[in-house]
Design a protein around this ligand. Structure first.
Ligand code: MG
Length: 202
């Protein structure tokens, strides 16, 4: 099982980090060991002073495939949730300055929190509202309609390089509002009115 993540998919988030819009999705991977399983908390790692939350829609692959055409891509995922792409922003900035890969900033243990999956139909996929509350206050909200690259476009592009397998997860990018988390924060992730993720920071 692999976790594929898309970067820079929401214009306002690209602007808040002063990044450039690229012609194709930015892809990076997280290993299975990055997942937070069950109701475990997120433990702040000692190697970073600036861990940011990034709430994202996460889709689950339900069929193996490679070089999937965009028009058929909807057949390859059937469930969705919200997840948090935890990012060591201080380390990521150092890596970016050096032109180096992001893995140590993005793929460390516990860096991928996921909520409970719910079924997804093709009709819904273009206007899914999602949000993150931190300590009861709205911190990030987005809608799949604001994505530069749709789920289908992502699947088509990613599957040129990586064979997709049942159970693989794709984090589809975060909207604006990313901020550091601190000890004892309580995070809640929603799709519409459904709370699918709760997480304590330790
Ligand atoms: Mg992200």
């Amino acid at each position: 099982m692999k976790i594929i993540c898309i970067g820079r998919n929401f214009t306002e988030h690209i602007q808040e980090l002063k990044n450039q819009i690229t012609g194709n999705p930015i892809i990076f991977l997280k290993p299975e060991t990055s997942l937070i399983i069950g109701r475990l908390p997120f433990f702040l790692p000692d190697f970073s002073q600036e861990i940011h939350h990034e709430i994202e829609l996460v889709i689950r692959i339900c069929k193996n495939g490679k070089r999937i055409e965009e028009r058929f891509a909807h057949k390859y995922f059937d469930a969705i949730t919200v997840g948090i792409d935890f990012t060591a922003r201080d380390i990521q900035n150092q890596q970016k300055e050096g032109g180096l890969p992001w893995e140590i900033a993005k793929a460390f243990d516990g860096s991928a929190a996921i909520g409970e999956f719910i079924p997804l139909s093709k009709q819904e996929e273009e206007h899914i509202k999602f949000s993150l509350l931190v300590n009861g206050e709205l911190r990030q909200n987005g809608n799949s309609s604001q994505m530069i690259y749709s789920f289908s476009k992502i699947i088509s592009y990613v599957s040129v390089y990586f064979t997709l397998k049942t159970g693989d997860l794709i984090f589809t990018g975060t909207p604006a509002g990313v901020r550091p988390v601190k000890r004892n924060d309580y995070l809640e992730g929603y799709i519409g009115e459904k709370r699918l993720l709760t997480l304590k920071i330790k």
